[in-house]
Design a protein around this ligand. Sequence first.
Ligand SMILES: Cc1cc2nc3c(=O)[nH]c(=O)nc-3n(C[C@H](O)[C@H](O)[C@H](O)COP(=O)(O)OP(=O)(O)OC[C@H]3O[C@@H](n4cnc5c(N)ncnc54)[C@H](O)[C@@H]3O)c2cc1C
Length: 501
Amino acid sequence: MTSEILIVGKGIAGMTSAIYLTELRPDIQITLIDKSDGSSSATFFAQGGLAAVQSTLDSFDSHYRDTLEAGHFLNDPKIVREVVTRAPEVIQDLSSWGVSWDRFEDGRLNLGLEGGHSFSRIVHHGDQSGKIIHQQVASKLRNYPNIQLIEHSAVRDLWVEEGECKGVIVYQEDLSQEMTIPSQTVILATGGLSSIFPRSTNAQNSTGDGLAIALRAGVKTGDLPWVQFHPTVLNIGSTDHSNLLTEALRGADAYIINEKGSRFLFDSLSKGELSTRDLVCEAIWREIAKDPNSNAYLDCRHFPKGTMIRSFPQVYSLCQRANLDPEKDLLPILPAAHYHCGGISTDRTGKTSLPRLYAVGEVARTGLHGCNRLASNSIIEALVFAKNAAAALALEHRKESANSYQLDTRKIYSPDIFGQPSVIDFWKESLFEYFMKKSKPEFGSLQEIRDRLQILELSVERGIYSTTILKERNLLQIYEALLIFNKNECVHDFPYQKNRI
Ligand SMILES: Cc1cc2nc3c(=O)[nH]c(=O)nc-3n(C[C@H](O)[C@H](O)[C@H](O)COP(=O)(O)OP(=O)(O)OC[C@H]3O[C@@H](n4cnc5c(N)ncnc54)[C@H](O)[C@@H]3O)c2cc1C
């Protein structure tokens, strides 16, 4: 097996890194690995769309300002400038690869409005933008003979030697085996970590693997506590990606109201429903804290008849499954973990602090978002930096002798009793409690976490582990990093503590 550049993650960041690179250097052998088949990536479930200046009324300065404001000016202004000015270019790349967008009859783009944006600038495909993009890009990927796809294989760690990344160690549960794949360069594009929280909009795969892997390898990370919560997640007990009520609903004039029917956001926020996500979440938490039995609601009942089914078919069918009719019923909402603004620190080409390791997409901390991401700024970020990383690698990559590619495998023993999902749920609750209240959780002191990590580490070393064990190990790796971050007095507060209950 030969892999010159190995990419981990079949979301937008991983797939487009591969495509951009191969278009520049078709001679490079690329391997793309995913622990599933990409259909449980965050990309696949993106609803709103991609933010980009598309009309003469709008301007790059305005998109730039909105992004900085949403991020509380903790963003890197140079990175913000680059992403907003190049967003139209990368959207054009997607269009040229066959992705279609909602348009008016005269061909003009039908642009959406979302919280924090001063103009309608969201390019979208109904409320299923991510699915359409993922399917189209994945089908383009299949055209390139030099891109090899390995699915249902989870990268558990980097192979680091002599201060360089030399490849990855992969766990294949179905085959009960682990293999070490050498590669000249590795790109981590493993997405975010929101599923390490008990309530999340992400699919189960967003478990922060790339971040945990990087932490174990001593790679520099940044802004770790800045996890964004999404304010409008249908509160029907369980949460997952399918319960998200897209931000575009508020852009289309949906109200957020309390039990008395009052649009309480305006009590503290001049932009009301069009305020940024962090502010809307805080206002909702404050409101429901007044009466623990109360709910906040999204109200779409005033939408012209047929709007929901026509413009938001995914949300409409979600409501139907929950026995709710958005034209008649109020939709109960509660915030849930949605996006990680922090992550592996990279420069504008995706380079990390570890030689031969790159990171692109949600796993990376580029400085674009500050402490709170502006809606629909994530997919454009992944595209811009995937393109930059590909350009850098196309220039730098040198052919090495094929002899250096030796695949190493070993059998893994995964006893049934080993690895309890309930243990993971327990850690999730503990992490959430800590994250939200900044108080010491009942369980989960730094020492307890380190003791547990040591046990897990030992069993991974001995080849006795399971997918559940790897999940717990990654969760605790991140938990430990958050605790250390806090202990060392982080420069900025955790985002959702100002009004903690
Ligand atoms: C419900 C929802 C709606 C959203 N809506 C929008 C929107 O409208 N606009 C916008 O800009 N952003 C939106 N976002 C955010 C955006 O979708 C993500 O930030 C972005 O798609 C991340 O892309 P990515 O390629 O970095 O990661 P992902 O798309 O999450 O892909 C990561 C891939 O890596 C794989 N992987 C993870 N760990 C491993 C491992 N150890 N080994 C092998 N493979 C691994 C996963 O299986 C996955 O396929 C939304 C997110 C969610 C959850």
